[in-house]
Design a protein around this ligand. Structure first.
Ligand code: TYM
Length: 332
């Protein structure tokens, strides 16, 4: 079976709709056909300041949400990044292969450090993408299911894999991004020019999966569309409506064309009311299942312990090979 690997940060608490549609949903599907490794990236989380107790709670919360979304520990390897020390170890090697200018060109770093103020941004934030490179290469992943915003990091991963292989001999698989066109970028409901993210300017544009379903329905109903009334998929001219259609289509498995047909002659109100209902039907059981997993932390922790053990077996083998290729003297 081909292998996939991906990760999600635990920091936001609730996953948002963009995380789910852009990534986690694909993770669930791929565990059926692929040898799948999924992790909660707590090492990445501390690139910006974290409260320790909150980080610990959010790591369990992220795990609970992944299980609630449909990850099955019998079908995939689900683990926490810091439980596998090889991530930090390979990251060091990769840091030494990455150009300073190359790292400086990563747009996510530029955005985040601009927000924090360049002097306050940590060196960890700067090398964040290199840690992600190590995450992926350790598992010899063929594909990496993510949203569009991660494409540049996968490109860097490919570059570094090729650089290492070229310099030290064939060691790493060069991975490909796995990005589904329809859900590559879910947009903010209030500002369809920007991606949905937890740093949205107004909470009204952000659908948190763990919010009260009623509040979620309200956000959908007040989503920004346009002054026209035609329900048509046209991301350039009608970004708000197109975003709603993408979400609707993906959550229900109904084709966009079919939805356009269904809403011919009907107004935006009808579309939003129906989508609000679809959303409530999706988030209600998701919240309940998440709570059930949270109520049983022992099961959660034992799932993660098993996952870490499986992950380490793979990661340790790759790291040993990389260390050897680099010229490190084996520890006897
Ligand atoms: P993170 O935690 O920010 O986001 C998790 C996943 O959600 C996707 N995503 C979106 N997709 C579509 N539309 C949106 N509006 C949207 N917002 C977020 C992201 O693309 C991501 O796939 N750096 C990664 C975590 C990471 C990782 C890895 C991923 C660490 N190591 C190794 C893959 C492989 C991140 O910050 O994801």
């Amino acid at each position: 079976r081909p292998r996939v690997l991906s990760g999600i940060q635990p920091t936001a608490g609730s996953f948002h709709l963009g995380n789910y549609l852009g990534a986690v949903r694909q993770w669930v599907a791929l565990q059926e056909s692929h040898d799948a490794f999924y992790m909660v990236v707590d090492l990445h989380a501390i690139t910006v300041p974290q409260d320790p107790a909150e980080l610990r709670a959010n790591t369990r919360l992220a795990t609970a949400q992944l299980l609630a979304a449909g990850l099955d520990p019998d079908r995939c390897t689900l683990f926490v990044q810091s439980h596998v020390p090889e991530h930090a170890q390979l990251a060091w090697v990769m840091n030494c292969l990455t150009g300073f200018g190359e790292a400086s060109r990563m747009t996510q770093f530029k955005d985040k450090s601009a927000k924090q103020g360049a002097d306050r941004a940590s060196v960890g934030l700067f090398t964040y993408p290199v840690l992600q490179v190590a995450d992926i290469l350790l598992y010899q992943a063929n594909e990496v299911p993510v949203g569009e915003d991660q494409r540049q990091h996968i490109e860097l991963t490919r570059d570094l894999a090729e650089r290492f292989n070229g310099r030290f001999g064939e060691t790493f698989k060069v991975p490909a991004p796995y990005i589904l066109k329809e859900t590559a970028k879910i947009y903010d409901l209030q500002d369809p020019a920007i991606k949905m993210s937890k740093s949205a300017s107004t909470p009204k544009g952000l659908i948190n999966l763990l919010d009260e379903p009623k509040a979620t329905a309200k956000k959908v109903k007040s989503a920004v569309t346009d002054t026209d009334t035609v329900i048509k998929y046209d991301p350039a001219e009608k970004p708000g409506v197109s975003n709603l259609l993408s979400i609707y289509s993906t959550l229900t498995g109904t084709g966009i064309a079919e939805l356009e047909q269904k809403y011919t002659g009907k107004g935006y109100g009808a579309l939003k009311t129906d989508l609000a209902e679809v959303m409530v039907e999706f988030v209600t059981p998701f919240r309940d299942r998440t709570q059930e997993y949270l109520d049983d932390p022992e099961t959660l922790d034992s799932i993660l312990a098993k996952g870490a053990e499986k992950a380490r077996a793979v990661a340790a083998e790759t790291l040993a090979q990389a260390y050897d290729r680099v010229g490190f003297l084996p520890a006897k």
